[in-house]
Design a protein around this ligand. Structure first.
Ligand code: FE
Ligand code: FE
Length: 395
């Protein structure tokens, strides 16, 4: 019997991860055809503000899919009113393709929540479910357990290990804002996005008024980081007023300091490559600290911030020798903002308003001893920062 794959999604925007998964599915599942089905209203999530229209998503997907001969785009969900429930799509496709095995392709997250989908039992009995999974150890057990449960109900589940390094559409939109998305977009899609000014790619983000800056930054952070960033901003302003630094610079550096933090190591490295940042060995071996460097470049080139702000972001994780007042303020504010809770934080908070250099030293010493305890590498910049603080205290 002929096998036709169903690969649905929002494709906002379609990226190389989608296309590679499509190609793998065609090959590994022996599909004669793969239907790419952009949804109209996803049942599981709402689209971020300023998303392209469904028509634009369709046009981008058409461009992307042109390179895969077996792929065909179906408008079945775009043409249907209401939420894009998969069972309705499958009902329609069963009529359109009688005597065909329909293979519903999904990623791990979708599969693990499959039993929350509308009419999932009917769906499980009317399609073959193909799970593209990444082969992570923790996930495998959960996937297999779900497979057994579904199979006991008469479902046919195939697990396909997905070798593709994926990028999520959310990260892709971040990379678009940071000017680094091109390597992740299929041929022609980047040009389409640029020509149609989608995802704010042509928006001028330089020197935004504070309120607008905050909105932009919040849209780029992971939700669990927002409170920390706003806490850091408020603490930085307080410290700036106390020690006589510019409170506007302090607020802007506080808001922007973790601007690229949502991106994982490989994406951080892509950002470096695309912006021509040359890395020393410490950064390549410790990608967690990279967000300070990439954040400073984004603050400078995308947000048009001044040198004082850029440098404060650049040195907020490691510190450096001869730090400026604003650099110290951001380093300490990041460490002690109200959401932080660890042994020693109260002493740090006390010192921050009585002896800023003392607070810096305490922060650096705590970081260094934690890294030593974990047998992790200590950055040269932190050691230099500590040495220069010790030296200036002797003068
Ligand atoms: Fe940080
Ligand atoms: Fe931070």
């Amino acid at each position: 019997m002929e096998r036709i794959g169903i690969y649905g999604g929002t494709f906002n925007p379609p990226h190389i991860g989608h296309m590679a998964a499509a190609q793998q599915a065609i090959k590994l599942l022996h599909l004669s055809k793969l239907l790419l089905i952009p949804d109209r209203i996803a049942p599981h999530k709402s689209l971020p503000e300023n998303s392209p229209t469904p028509r634009q998503r369709l046009e981008m997907l058409t461009i992307a899919a042109a390179q895969i001969p077996q792929a065909e785009i179906s408008r079945v969900e775009l043409q249907r009113e209401g939420p894009s429930y998969t069972y309705l799509t499958v009902e329609a496709l069963k009529q359109q393709y009688p005597n065909t095995e329909l293979v519903l392709i999904m990623g791990t997250d979708m599969f693990l929540s499959f039993d929350s989908w509308k009419n999932w039992k009917w769906l499980a009995q009317n399609v073959t479910i193909a799970v593209l999974y990444r082969g992570q150890k923790g996930e495998q057990a959960a996937i297999k357990e779900k497979r057994d449960t579904f199979c006991a109900l008469g479902a046919h589940v195939e697990l396909v290990e997905n070798q593709v390094t994926a990028i999520s559409s959310t990260d892709l939109r971040r990379m678009l804002t940071f000017g680094c998305a091109e390597p992740f977009l299929p041929k022609g899609v980047w040009e389409y996005i640029r020509e149609n000014r989608l995802y704010g790619v042509n928006k001028n983000l330089r020197k935004l008024p504070m309120e607008q800056l905050e909105q932009e930054v919040i849209s780029l952070l992971k939700s669990n980081r927002i409170a920390h960033v706003l806490g850091c901003r408020d603490t930085a302003v307080e410290l700036a007023k106390h020690w006589g630094a510019d409170p506007v610079d302090a607020a802007r550096a506080g808001v922007l300091h973790d601007i690229t933090k949502a991106l994982d190591g490989p994406l951080q490295l892509t950002l470096c490559r695309e912006h021509g940042i040359i890395l020393d060995a410490f950064f390549t071996e410790n990608p967690k600290t990279l967000h300070a460097l990439t954040g400073s470049v984004v603050a400078e080139r995308i947000f048009g911030e001044n040198e004082a702000v850029v440098n404060a972001i650049r040195h907020h994780t490691t510190g450096c020798a001869h730090m400026s007042l604003l650099e110290k303020i951001i380093y300490v504010a990041d460490y002690m903002e109200p959401n932080r809770d660890f042994p020693g934080v109260d002493e740090l908070r006390r010192l921050a308003f009585t002896d800023l250099d003392g607070a810096m030293r305490l922060g650096l010493e705590m970081t260094i001893s934690m890294l030593q305890a974990n047998h992790a590498q200590i950055s040269k910049a932190s050691l230099e920062a500590l040495a220069s603080l010790k030296q200036s205290s002797k003068l």
